[in-house]
Write a protein that binds this ligand. Structure first.
Ligand code: MRU
Length: 378
């Protein structure tokens, strides 16, 4: 992949966030300039920016946008603003853990600075000549932390790609769901990073991208970014993947994650569970690729993961056309949970985690070499 020629999924311009509007792909590559909180929340809600790690990197930068927009007159007012934004931005999508995690990390790191923790100053009253300086310092700290989150994610993606390639060394035809690529992260992706690494090493790889109804992240986004990188990609209707797997036409499945519980149960785009069940039945590897920032040990198991319910309109319509009868209702859960028992391995930036996940996840997060972290075969 010629990374120099690639338009970044998100980029800090100095006073705004430039993102690719993913609702417009693959028809056109349109960039959005986000410079207020309402636009940031709107971009998240309508999936102009999406994918758990990209949401984290974006949400953190949106705090700086929010500070610049509000121009608080004192540190107390800035603290109040950030507490409001913690929820207004951080809770916009409930399943992807990285969004609220990154918002919390950025606010907490910035406010923890010793020179800011004890200061209570008011610019307008002129009671403290250091007020404006403290606000500048707060902005600088927010921006540094937000940029660090993006940089760390890019690094994690590269490591996941390296390990994913090792794990999938024997696999050529590999299925994936939704989009867990460069459009979903601040780097080269998670699940798709393995494909980029295989292609870069000159290994054969043929990707089967499940459409991922209703918003078609697989058909629109995965197919777009892989084709753009010259990787062989075929779009497969969601309902066709199980029979392809059962028929022996797929070597392995790899997907991303929106939240991984402490026991390894994994929430990802709705439809993922069906591929996992088919893979288990056929005896092929089913892999989750995610940075450790997507692990949420506060959630013990998948039944405690909050599943985002989206508008029925997304099911009723496609391409501006109503597909369903006017009297029909629709349900639209955006994610499902794949139980840990169906997951062959979780490929993270801290190693390749194997069952029992309760132990391997805890070890990985503690910084220890996880059990079974040597890359295995599919
Ligand atoms: O609703 P989306 O498009 O944000 O859902 C995204 C996914 O389900 C991805 O697989 C997940 O966030 C991992 S992205 C590296």
């Amino acid at each position: 992949m010629d990374t120099a020629a690639i338009t970044p999924t998100l980029r800090w311009t100095g006073d705004s966030i430039e993102i690719i509007d993913q609702t417009r792909l693959p028809a056109e590559l349109v960039l959005l300039d986000v410079r207020d909180v309402a636009s940031a929340v709107d971009a998240i809600e309508r999936l102009a920016i999406r994918g758990a790690p990209a949401l984290g990197a974006f949400g953190a930068l949106a705090l700086v946008v929010g500070l610049d927009e509000a121009q608080p007159g004192s540190l107390d007012a800035a603290r109040e603003l950030l507490e409001r934004l913690r929820h207004e931005i951080g809770d916009t999508r409930p399943t992807a853990v990285n969004l609220r995690w990154a918002v919390d990390r950025t606010i907490d790191a910035a406010l923890a600075a010793p020179e800011l923790t004890n200061a209570s100053t008011n610019v307008d009253s002129g009671s403290n000549s250091g007020s404006a300086g403290s606000l500048d310092e707060l902005r600088r700290r927010l921006l540094d932390e937000a940029l660090a989150i993006g940089a760390e994610d890019a690094k994690a993606c590269a490591e996941i790609g390296r390990l994913g390639r090792e794990v999938l060394a024997e696999a050529t035809v590999i299925a994936t769901h939704c989009n867990a690529g460069r459009l979903a992260t601040a780097g080269i992706g998670t699940a798709l990073a393995a494909f980029y690494a295989k292609a870069a090493a000159g290994e054969p790889v043929r990707v089967l991208a499940a459409e991922s109804r209703p918003l078609l992240q697989g058909a629109r986004l995965t197919a777009w970014e892989l084709a753009d990188a010259g990787i062989d990609v075929s779009v497969v209707p969601d309902g066709a993947m199980a029979s392809l797997i059962a028929g022996g036409e797929v070597d392995a499945v790899i997907v991303g994650a929106d939240r991984i519980a402490a026991n390894g149960d994994t929430a990802n785009k709705v439809g993922t569970l069906a591929h996992a069940l088919a893979a288990a039945d056929a005896g092929i590897g089913f892999y989750v690729a995610a940075p450790t920032t997507t692990v949420d040990t506060a959630v013990p198991s998948g039944d405690r993961i909050v599943i985002e319910q989206r508008s029925p309109d997304e099911v009723h319509h496609a391409g501006g056309q109503r597909l369903t009868p006017e009297d029909a209702k629709a349900v639209n859960p955006a994610f499902d949970v794949t139980p840990a028992r169906l997951i062959t391995a979780i490929i993270t930036d801290a190693g390749v985690l194997r069952p029992p996940y309760g132990e391997s996840i805890a070890q990985a997060l503690a910084g220890a070499e996880p059990a079974g972290s040597g890359a295995g075969r599919c």
